[in-house]
Design a protein around this ligand. Sequence first.
Ligand SMILES: Nc1ncnc2c1ncn2[C@@H]1O[C@H](COP(=O)(O)OP(=O)(O)O)[C@@H](O)[C@H]1O
Ligand SMILES: [Mg+2]
Length: 373
Amino acid sequence: MVGADRDSLLGRLRGKRILICVGAGGVGKTTTSAALALGLAARGQKIAVVTIDPAKRLASALGLQELSGEPRRIEPEVFAAQGVEMKGELWAMMLDAKRTLDEIVTRLAADEHARDEILSNPVYSELSTAVAGSHELSAIAKLYELHEEHDFDAIVLDTPPSRNALDFLNAPARLLGFLEGRALKVFLAPGGLTARLFGRGTGLVFAIFARVTGIDMFGELSRFFRSLAGVIDGFGARTRSVAALLADPATTFLIVTSAEREPAREAVFLAERLTEAKMQRGALIVNRVHTVGLGGHSPTDVQGLLEPELGQALARRVAANLADFDVLFKRDRDTIAGLSLTLSERKPILVPHLDQEIQDLLGLSRIAEELFA
Ligand SMILES: Nc1ncnc2c1ncn2[C@@H]1O[C@H](COP(=O)(O)OP(=O)(O)O)[C@@H](O)[C@H]1O
Ligand SMILES: [Mg+2]
């Protein structure tokens, strides 16, 4: 029993307060995050799930018609109406990367004037998209805020569809690198680049540049960095706290993958990076696993077995169909075996490929039952 408990997802998640679902795009991270949160809440906990880009139907099932910037509780009646038992509380929110960054600036800026100066600066919007406003960073910044300011038993975080799932882990380091790096110092230092740029000789060049292009780029830059100087310390400290939170023993990463080759490869890569970064892996979840095939029989045998019941024509069609599934069944079985071996995961959590879209609470609770089976 002890062994079973250790292998079960509930056992593995005991004592964890932050669960982060990572993995390649399209494997089911958003679905898994929501289902995981639902399953934990159904068992009596107070859980928040932070989703990113949920499909429209799923978003409305979670009561997320709009971006609110704060989690909202899904009313108990909503679960009752769908026949889903709910002993705890499920809170959900949808993340808007840009807005979250603005909120951080708002919080950290000394006063309204300083804040407006930053937010309205064209360079800020460039920067917030390019560096600090990356979805990854906003997601963990929000996570930190929820962790600090609320009393959830656990927070489940979905991660963005990134080109590279690892961007997520690198985000704090990237921002810190930027904040503490040379580029910014050069701009901020008294008598630094800004001053020199606006010194006599160069000033003329930029003045001409501004006249020709209509863009007072260096003026904007200089104003921006001067206004940013006031919040920079807060940013750095916060980013460091976020990085610490990611490495906390109560934080765990759930690697989600499908059994297809590319996502599985990414899962392995991600697992290695987690280990390197000394971050914990809570579980390996293989989603959309094909569980039906020919069961070791040949298509002809299967057709023969089905014929008395279904008649020849139908039996042949069903057997052909099962033969198609058998290819996926075997591929999945082999991929899972490979993953288990490479990642020393004795028992990955397997979630079958359901033949329906997962877009309501009932669908999510079906996935949850598989996760916690
Ligand atoms: N186990 C499953 N069975 C069937 N469909 C699934 C399953 N898991 C996810 N899906 C579907 O796959 C699609 C992608 O899932 P999603 O959670 O949005 O992936 P990601 O967030 O990783 O991009 C969605 O349409 C979802 O309904
Ligand atoms: Mg997603």
